[in-house]
Design a protein around this ligand. Structure first.
Ligand SMILES: C[S@@+](CC[C@H](N)C(=O)[O-])C[C@H]1O[C@@H](n2cnc3c(N)ncnc32)[C@H](O)[C@@H]1O
Length: 210
């Protein structure tokens, strides 16, 4: 169990994934991994990649960590922290091969919108930590949050939209469904799925001086 849980230093500084895993395999992060179902299935299917789950709710963190320990995979870790803090202060620049966000809390009331994970500072930080060509995949069941997220990414030159799917029932994307996805599929909810690709730094307009 010990190796599954990674504890961040109190003072924010870039983490070393090489030290975390003992190898330099590509690293994928899932934010709000909940009970860990998606992360573990991905880790088992792709043992040549490393997977880090970020979860701040102690109940889910404990559940996912226990499950991860039982599965005994070498390429998965979980960190209990605020994902916004992790992405903005701990993840090194140009370090992630993929970022997955499934059903981020939508905070539907207007006065709670400031609690949302995905805001301009977060999106800017995602552009900094993703490697060239890496994908940020987001799935939500909130039409309102979906529109906000889409605009935040569209406003930044670092990203190119590659997937935009609005679908009821099964998402049919071939990926392992998350716990919330399974629950919401039963309720017949609509899913909004977006994938943004990190544009190679060398081809960004500012890098060309134009
Ligand atoms: C609606 S649940 C979705 C869980 C899982 N992704 C799924 O699809 O089954 C949102 C999850 O994100 C976690 N979460 C929300 N905000 C977070 C943050 N800022 N940092 C880390 N985890 C967060 C919550 O504790 C919860 O487990």
């Amino acid at each position: 169990m010990d190796y599954i849980i990674y504890t961040l230093p109190n003072e924010p500084c870039p983490v070393s994934f090489l030290e975390m895993f003992g190898n330099d395999q590509p690293v994928e992060v899932e934010i709000g991994c909940g009970k860990g179902r998606f992360l573990l299935e991905q880790a088992r299917a792709h043992q040549d990649r490393n997977y880090v789950g970020i979860e701040w709710a102690n109940k889910y963190f404990r559940f996912a960590a226990d499950r991860m320990a039982r599965w005994g995979l070498a390429n998965v870790r979980i960190i209990r922290t605020d994902a916004k803090l992790f992405i903005t202060r701990y993840a090194p620049p140009d370090s992630l091969a993929a970022l997955h966000i499934h059903h981020p809390d939508p905070w539907p009331k207007k006065r709670h919108h400031k609690r949302r994970l995905i805001d301009p500072a977060f999106v800017e930080a995602v552009g900094r930590v993703l490697q060239d060509g890496a994908a940020c995949s987001i799935q939500t069941d909130s039409a309102d949050y979906f529109e906000v997220i889409e605009k935040l990414f569209a406003d930044r030159a670092e990203f190119q939209s590659s997937v935009r799917v609005i679908q009821s029932g099964q998402t049919g994307d071939g990926l392992v469904p998350t716990n919330y996805q399974v629950k919401y599929q039963r309720d017949g909810r609509t899913f909004y799925r977006l994938v943004f690709i990190r544009v190679p730094r060398s081809s960004q307009p500012s890098a060309l001086g134009s």
